[in-house]
Design a protein around this ligand. Structure first.
Ligand code: PGA
Length: 253
């Protein structure tokens, strides 16, 4: 089953509006000629609207890094999915391990956010992944299953059709130590098999991204694996040169 490759740069807490605009513009220009790939960038909330305006009508989409599940009301500091869509976002990263570990985000919240994002017409990129302690204890697949089932609880097939999953082993994020292609494939295959128990016809079509120290020089080997469909890229997306090279390498495999 041919799934279109997809690479999303996760800029995390980095960049002024001017810096984000410059990086987004360079990325847009650099990937303009690359075929058969979807590309997105995820700036900070403050830069979303400006970056989306700059990239409108171009091939590069804009993602937010989080959202709330309510549409409006007394929720100081939160941002609704419809507000993100209004700002020009097409996607939203949800359940990133930094949100889980530093801000106590639980699977139930990821589920609520996912469904709210879909209602607003956004594509959720749902992040799951084990810690090093869990991997060393042989709990990787159990942890992945629990996070996946929790995030997707009670969702209909129509809802599932709109999602993207990102497998991001916590020990590989920002460490320079990526999962080996075989380690990634084992978990990606497990995720797809688990999705197939929920929605057999849909599972072969859903994209499963890898995240965790993906770089221009390891993307090809990761993308060569059957169930690796793209990447959620942190550090290597903060320079246009390395992100463009990564997208080119990754989509050529
Ligand atoms: P990294 O981050 O590429 O810097 O490891 C990936 C992520 O956190 O999404």
């Amino acid at each position: 089953m041919a799934r279109r490759a997809f690479f999303c740069g996760n800029w995390k807490l980095n960049g002024s509006i001017a810096e984000s605009l410059a990086l987004a513009t360079d990325v847009r220009n650099g990937v303009a000629s690359v075929r058969d790939v979807d590309v997105a960038v995820a700036p900070s909330f403050t830069a979303l609207h400006a970056v989306a305006k700059r990239l409108e009508d171009g091939p590069v989409m804009v993602a937010a890094q989080d959202c709330f599940w309510e549409e409006k009301g007394a929720f100081t500091g939160e941002v609704a999915p419809s507000q993100l869509a209004d700002a020009g976002c097409k996607l939203v990263i949800l359940g990133h391990s930094e949100r889980r570990q530093l801000f106590g985000e639980l699977d139930a919240a990821v589920n609520l956010k996912t469904r709210a994002a879909l209602r607003a017409g956004l594509t959720p990129i749902i992040c799951i992944g084990e810690t090093l302690t869990e991997r060393d204890a042989g709990e990787t697949l159990g942890r992945i299953q629990a996070q996946l089932d929790g995030a997707l609880a009670d969702m209909t097939d129509a809802e599932l059709e709109g999602i993207v999953i990102a497998y991001e082993p916590v020990w590989a994020i920002g460490t320079g130590r990526n999962a080996t292609p075989a380690q990634a494939q084992e978990v990606h295959h497990f995720i797809r098999t688990r999705l197939a128990t929920r929605a057999p016809a849909l599972a072969p079509k859903l994209r499963i991204l890898y995240g965790g120290s993906m770089k221009p020089d390891n993307v090809r080997a990761l993308m060569a694996e059957e169930d690796v469909d793209g990447g959620l890229v942190g550090g290597a997306s903060l320079s246009a040169e390395s992100f463009i090279r990564l997208v080119k390498e990754g989509s050529a495999s």
